[in-house]
Design a protein. Structure first.
Length: 512
């Protein structure tokens, strides 16, 4: 007879409050429940306010991806007002969002994820001592470099938007912060500094060389090709993660979703991610590596296991409500996160999803052969800047040379319905808005971590992270570092996702 253990633990380094419960049998996770423990109520706060108030309030949903929320809020109002954003307005919006992605990807990788490589659970790993030198919190060489270098990227956002986080310079019709030539030249200077560090220390090669990698065999050849490759942060990550078995855990459901982002200007050197989609990052849905066209009408939210009033059935965000209903441990409800589904199924989002849907050969090859896992998910995140840095530079240079307006006045917004869909650093983000008589009457937000950290849906199907945890080997239930790897590979952000912090002391609990 197998011995079953219940581990209940708060999880740190996930940007917010995540309470996780897993059932372990014979050292393997057989069940998991993810619970968001904080109610914030942004959707209720917005109802009754003026249409533009969302541009100030929603960037404060999160201190990490405020630019993404501002982008989604602006796009929703663009749709309602019928506003056409001029080319330079699109470029500036894109530059700020790209910069936010780039700093978030690297900070998550080296401040949040690889900190676990310095966990004492790996003291017998042949690369453990080097991992401590690189990733020990607050002291590791790479940790210190990451904080210093990513400040350069964030300065780009501050130069263009006046501040970061919680900027509010995007408006329906474009942007209201017009950069001068000196500002744009300073952005290029900061970008050059960051790119030099990223290529030298993170990739160990030029971006062009990295982007030439087409499949798993090419990746192995690249790793063995030069010492600079092996000793780079990517090279060290691959060597440590493979030895730790991170390519064999965290599979999940194997579905992927991207709302698409970075609308391309009419005149630009940039090419769309897919020919039929005029965005740098295309939209789509994929089962494995088989990509389907994205249809926003197929999105629904379930609340049968969430602390909200049941509506009788799953609903599209335009028809959904956010009415809290919590009564302790009553029934099946166990999270403040809702359960978004696409065409009735859970879906992973974020850098790996973007890579699969865009058809990037390396990630399509690996997902086709072995499905998603912790290693490839984090590799997609750490190397996404290799795709964005060049596009960011091109966009800044085009603002310097192309000329043109940054804003088209949309007129007064009296009434209408619109959605703003984009890709935040962590994945698909959507705002659904209704305006009547110059006031917001309906506002619903689905964040990337809502897709990942959702509870079960009306059919009892686990959320993405819950499913990814099942099958994980837990060698030491007093130090379950493997569980942390799986959760953090999704770059969870519970601050964005849950919409009452449980009073009292939280502690690690184990019941045998």
């Amino acid at each position: 007879m197998s011995q079953k253990t219940i581990l209940q633990m708060p999880v740190n380094r996930v940007e917010g409050d995540l309470d996780l419960k897993v059932e372990v049998a014979d050292k393997y996770v057989v069940e998991a429940w993810c619970s968001g423990t904080m109610f914030r109520g942004f959707e209720q706060i917005l109802v009754g306010r003026g249409p533009l108030d969302g541009l100030v309030i929603t960037p404060r949903v999160c201190g990490i991806c405020g630019t993404a929320h501002l982008t989604a809020a602006s796009r929703a109002l663009d749709a309602i007002a019928g506003a056409e954003v001029p080319d330079n307005g699109l470029r500036l919006r894109n530059v700020a969002l790209m910069a936010e992605h780039i700093q978030s990807d690297v900070r998550h990788g080296f401040l949040m994820f690889t900190a676990d490589f310095a966990n004492s659970a790996y003291r017998k790993h042949p690369l453990y001592e080097e991992a401590v030198r690189r990733y020990e919190p607050f002291r590791g060489r790479t940790v210190i470099e990451t904080v210093r270098e990513t400040k350069n990227v964030l300065e780009i956002v501050a130069l263009l938007g006046g501040q970061w986080p919680h900027s509010s310079y995007m408006v329906p019709g474009g942007v209201v912060s017009v950069p001068g030539q000196s500002d744009l030249l300073q952005c290029l200077h900061l970008l050059k500094q960051y790119r030099q560090w990223y290529e030298t220390r993170v990739l160990g090669c030029e971006i062009g060389r990295w982007n030439d990698i087409r499949n798993a065999s090419d990746l192995e050849s690249w790793l063995m090709d030069k010492e600079e490759h092996r000793e780079s942060e990517i090279g060290f990550f691959l060597r440590f993660a493979k030895k730790a078995g991170l390519d064999a855990v965290g599979k999940g459901h194997g579905n992927f979703i991207s709302f698409g982002s970075f609308d391309l200007p009419h005149q630009t050197e940039l090419k769309p991610g897919r020919a039929e989609d005029n965005r740098l990052v295309p939209s789509g849905f994929a089962r494995g590596a088989t990509v389907e066209a994205f249809d926003a009408e197929k999105i629904q939210e379930h609340v049968s296991h969430s602390w909200f009033r049941d509506l009788g059935e799953a609903r599209h965000p335009f028809d959904g409500e956010t009415r809290p209903y919590a009564s302790g441990s009553e029934g099946e409800k166990y999270s403040w996160a809702k359960a978004p589904r696409y065409d009735g199924v859970p879906a992973e989002t974020g850098p790996l999803a973007e890579a699969v849907i865009a058809g990037r050969p390396l990630f399509v090859d690996i997902v086709t052969k072995s499905g998603p896992n912790v290693l490839i998910r984090e590799l997609a995140r750490l190397t996404r800047p290799a795709r964005l840095l060049e596009a960011l530079e091109t966009s800044i240079r085009e603002m310097l040379t192309e000329g043109g307006d940054f804003y088209n006045p949309p007129g007064e917004i009296v009434e209408g319905v619109g959605s703003g869909l984009t890709q935040a650093a962590r994945g698909s983000l959507g705002h659904w808005v209704k305006i009547e008589d110059k006031k917001i009457v309906h506002y619903q937000i689905i964040t990337p971590t809502a897709w990942h950290a959702s509870p079960r849906d009306d059919n009892g199907v686990r959320g993405v992270m819950e499913e990814a945890l099942v099958g994980t080997l837990v060698k030491d239930d007093g130090n379950p570092v493997e569980i942390g790897h799986v959760i953090r590979s999704f770059d969870a952000c519970l601050v964005c996702t849950v919409h009452s912090l449980h009073k009292g002391k939280s502690s690690f609990k184990m019941r045998v």
